[in-house]
Design a binder for this molecule. Structure first.
Ligand SMILES: C[S@@+](CC[C@H](N)C(=O)[O-])C[C@H]1O[C@@H](n2cnc3c(N)ncnc32)[C@H](O)[C@@H]1O
Length: 253
């Protein structure tokens, strides 16, 4: 039997790792540490640093790094993601067979929290569906959305209003979601907000949240939008990669 803990580690600030995450890391027999490529070596370094700093002397955990398979870039996005998840599940299964043939506790480091735009839970479910004896638990982590609102010192929702969370791709394709007053946008490969008529919209933007190079901008979209686009391009060129997230509000603050 494998006990798989999906451990949310926050989004770049080691101080955001919870005591529950530290306990889960320290009771694991095997810690799997994904390397994602895309030149984001800072993120792998951070995961390594967490393991180095948080594992205590009595930990039996063996830390194993692995390369995530690449996702097919074909047009059928959902089909490509489905195949990609199968490939990742196969890599996890191989690693478990190799390093824990008699079973044990596996800790998987998950960026932010496993519930938010992360497929670890879906991939773990595939192990069970393939007939493996795997019991999964989740250790919640601080999400990029929480770090964004904390950094800007704003509530996520307007008073008594809902919030919609979406992706850059979807915002670009479908425009402003009808009836939404606040929209949080993740996984934007660049400036999906440029497709919106900016009148009456306010934006709070953050890149590299929680890290030393954290960068924040906010303002009415008409003025802040072009500034964010320029800053994003400059930061990306400087660091070789970028991760950013933003919250849009339909009414001014
Ligand atoms: C695959 S999702 C993972 C989200 C993660 N599970 C969470 O709880 O935040 C990656 C997206 O999260 C956002 N993100 C994650 N970490 C971030 C950070 N440190 N700064 C800004 N955005 C971040 C970006 O929108 C990025 O494209």
């Amino acid at each position: 039997m494998i006990r798989l803990s999906l451990i949310g580690i926050g989004t770049g600030n080691p101080d955001h790792v919870t005591l529950a995450a530290v306990r889960a890391l320290n009771t694991a027999d095997l810690i799997l540490l994904p390397r994602k490529g895309e030149g984001k070596s800072d993120l792998v370094d951070l995961r390594r640093l967490l393991c180095r700093n948080l594992l205590n002397a009595s930990s039996q955990a063996r830390v194993v790094e692995f390369d995530l398979p690449q996702r097919d870039s074909r047009n059928d996005y959902l089909g490509a993601v489905d195949d990609w998840h199968d490939a990742i599940a196969a890599v996890w299964a191989d690693l478990m067979d190799t390093h824990l043939p008699a079973g044990g506790r596996v800790g998987m480091l998950v960026w932010g929290d496993p519930s938010l735009y992360d497929s670890s839970l879906r991939i773990a479910a595939r192990l069970g569906a393939a007939g493996r004896a795997v019991e999964v638990d989740v250790v919640p982590g601080i999400t990029s959305l929480q770090v964004l609102t904390a950094a800007h010192q704003i509530p996520l929702n307007a008073l008594a209003e809902p919030v919609l969370i979406t992706t850059g791709r979807r915002l670009r394709e479908r425009g402003w979601p009808e009836e939404a007053t606040r929209v949080a946008v993740m996984l934007d490969s660049g400036g999906a907000f440029e497709a919106l008529p900016p009148e009456g919209l306010y934006i709070w933007w953050g890149a590299y949240l929680g890290m030393d190079k954290q960068c924040l901008l906010d303002g009415p979209l008409a003025e802040a939008g072009p500034q964010i686009t320029a800053r994003r391009a400059a930061l990306r060129a400087q660091h070789g990669w970028i991760m950013d997230i933003y919250l849009l509000a339909r009414r001014p603050r």
